[in-house]
Design a protein around this ligand. Structure first.
Ligand code: ADP
Length: 380
């Protein structure tokens, strides 16, 4: 195909695993933002993107965070989900299976059956929902350093086979009944979480807000309420209470070999800004309940993607503590989102500040200078 490079790619690494009928490969630039000072680590974040300004803006946020002493994160949950749909002759029978699965007395047996699928899959729980005589069973399990879709699906299949004995009238409609919910915008992920649920926070000092972000704390807090909270509320947002989390999630996902389609739920994020220390400093946080990442399996093993994981020190399986590489990667995603939220919200707040200055009639020369400053982060 004209213009599409064919040579210079290791097709053996993708055939039968990552892509069928290959006719070439698409090239994407990778930029690096950082250092991102996160939980005491200095990290350089690879971002594959063709959106001008994105890496520069994230980099500016990283600078503001570093000059304020760094960000810290916490992983609240770590569990991949799969929810098969089954149908019974009656809703009463579907409810009987729901009762069986949700009875704590049956958990150990279910976990034993489920966990046979892998050394790393460990059942955490099952949550059921019904639509008439259809039953949707949302299984959650830990998956080590793998993102875990294959692993959780195998565990679910074991349980379905096991249930056939006691529930012979159960008709398995699909191994995935969309209550999972994979690659679709859904409240269940926003509320219950899927993959890694992460909160990341930082306190940005007053002088850093002025010097690096070219705005002030009050303007940032006000803008966040009007835009990311109220604006998103009137838009009917589902997990979209942020400025551009999906920009960063997509860029890191592509660079590190994640499944880019999972950007849908992985980008769910609420950004909170508050003035603290008598209104002088800024507390910023991002809460992201569904970051779906892995450091082994899928596209992570390809040469370029694995080099990007290596840059972060999370390449492959963590042998001493399975799961900690993938959890660290999830915190990096949240940390980079924090940086990029900070930078973009600041650029927009600075733009607003310029307009207010104009209104209050400062000299023409001052205004052009201020506009230049405020526009810089938006243009770069
Ligand atoms: P996914 O479930 O994300 O699709 P795969 O099943 O394709 O992932 O890849 C995970 C594979 O890697 C499994 O075969 C698993 O046994 C193996 N593996 C080795 N070490 C680990 C680890 N630390 N965490 C998770 N999986 C691991």
């Amino acid at each position: 195909m004209d213009g599409l490079p064919l040579d210079g790619f290791d097709y053996a690494s993708i055939l039968g695993q990552c892509c069928e009928l290959p006719v070439g490969y698409v090239q994407l630039p990778v930029g690096v933002a950082g250092p991102l000072l996160l939980d005491g680590r200095r990290l350089y974040v690879p971002m594959a993107t063709t959106e001008g300004c994105l890496v520069a803006s994230t980099n500016r946020g990283c600078k503001a965070i570093a000059e304020s002493g760094g960000a810290s994160s916490v992983v609240l949950k770590d569990g991949m989900t799969r929810a098969p749909a089954v149908r019974f002759p009656t809703a009463r029978r579907a409810a009987e299976l729901k009762g069986f699965l949700e009875n704590p007395a049956n958990f150990d047996t279910l976990a034993m059956v489920f966990n046979r699928s892998s050394r790393f899959a460990r059942l955490q729980g099952v949550k059921c929902s019904m639509a008439g005589r259809n039953l949707y069973m949302r299984f959650t399990c830990s998956t080590g350093d793998a993102m875990g879709m294959n692993m959780v699906s195998k565990g679910v299949q074991n349980v379905l086979d096991y249930l056939k004995d006691d529930f012979p009238d159960m008709d398995v409609i699909s191994i995935s009944g969309n209550f999972c919910s994979d690659k679709k915008s859904a409240a269940v992920n926003w509320i219950e979480g899927r993959g890694k649920s992460v909160v990341c926070e930082a306190i940005i000092k007053e002088d850093v807000v002025k010097k690096v972000l070219k705005t002030n704390v009050q303007a940032l807090v006000e803008l966040n309420v009007i835009k990311n909270l109220a604006g998103s509320a009137i838009a009917g947002a589902l997990g979209g209470f942020n400025a551009h989390a999906s920009n960063i999630v997509a860029a890191i996902f592509i660079a590190t070999g994640q499944d880019p389609a999972q950007n849908v739920e992985s980008s769910q994020c609420i950004t909170m800004l508050e003035a603290i220390n008598d209104g002088k400093d800024l507390h910023i946080s991002v809460t992201m309940p569904s970051i779906e990442v892995g450091t082994i399996g899928g596209g992570t093993q390809l040469a370029s993607q694995s080099a990007c994981l290596d840059l972060l020190g999370v390449k492959g399986a963590n042998r001493e503590s399975p799961g900690s590489n993938a959890r660290l990667l999830a915190t990096v995603v949240a940390g980079a989102v924090l940086a990029a939220e900070l930078s973009l919200i600041s650029a927009q707040a600075a733009g607003h500040l310029v307009q207010s200055h104009m209104k209050y009639n400062r000299s023409r020369r001052d205004m052009s200078k201020a506009a230049e400053e405020a526009d810089r982060p938006k243009k770069c």
